[in-house]
Design a protein around this ligand. Sequence first.
Ligand code: ZN
Length: 412
Amino acid sequence: MQINIDADRIVADLEKLATFSDTESPVITRVVYSESDNKARAWLKEQCEASGLTVRKDPLGNLFACWQGTDTAAGAVGTGSHIDAIPHSGRFDGTVGVLGALESIRALQRSGFKPRRSIELLAFISEEPTRFGIGCLGSRMLCGSLTPEKAAALKDREDQPLTNFTGTLAEVKLPANYYSSFVELHIEQGPILEKENIPLGIVTSIAAPAALRILIEGEGGHAGAVLMPARRDAFLGAAEIALAVEAAAKATGVIDSVGTCGLVEVFPGLANSIPSKVKLELDIRDSDLARRDSMLQAIWKACDEIRARRKLKITSSTINADAPCTCGSEVVAALESSCQKEGIVYKKMVSRAYHDSLFMSRIAPTAMLFIPCKNGFSHRPEEYAAPQDLANGALVLARTLATLSTGLYSGS
Ligand SMILES: [Zn+2]
């Protein structure tokens, strides 16, 4: 079967989608449920319907566009990504996995392919945490890892709850075996593919962050009057914890282990006052859950030691700790054989950023396909993916969807 991707169409669709923005293209701002986001979704729905797909929306706003297969009882093959965008970002993050996948479906239609399992394009709602402070809201609810009760308690910055929908949040969770597999096309958001001049990346695991908050309490006082031996400086304890985070990440000896102490708040925050209190927020990531937990253990151990030696009070809480995922081997195999059939070189890799696929992997075998992006830039207006890379991604995605849809597809 010959599959012909219309790269110009993907580029034009991305350009059109970029016009739905609160900022002027190429600067994109499309926060979930904003007018721009709602208009973009309405436009996307039209595009899917114009391609003969049956479109439905769930109460949260996740959009499903289905190409009905001959076996309606079998679980569908899912593909898709998100179209919301953080303020002042670019036009390729997420959108490539929606509009690229739409072109994959159109290309399969043009080729005469008939799906056995339905092929369904999914545009997730609220992948970015901009509005509600939690990433992958749509996919978390689809897979049931965020309960309707917890979702109902979410508030945005204006203290508004999730209200922009019809129906109940309890209806969002997908029935068991709804998808037989899921595959997401996405820009790499890192520099590896471009640097190594490799056109495609097949993701074999997705790292997930554990976010922690640590509060360190000591004793404040006059920066001149309190002598050094008597001090219980909260900031010095915090500084040692930050170094312990770096040491824990480096100690695994694996490049996928990363630890960041990106938020530090010092009280009272005056040069002539000994810090009495410090708040730290940490982000610890790894593609392997056991290894990530070993980093956490090392950090807790360091906290205990610092607490005792510096006579500080140290309390910690977990803000969020999603488990990393290993991608579905059958989806990875389908992606590999599709690359081979199309003669496109690929590299197996870890996704260090997390995506909706992390949550989809909890309900169906899932993998991701990465295309290079210029300089690894993402979440900024300079984000760019070349037409040839978009075409390669859509082509391999199309062949993979066909393979997963038939289960028997030989590709000849
Ligand atoms: Zn994304």
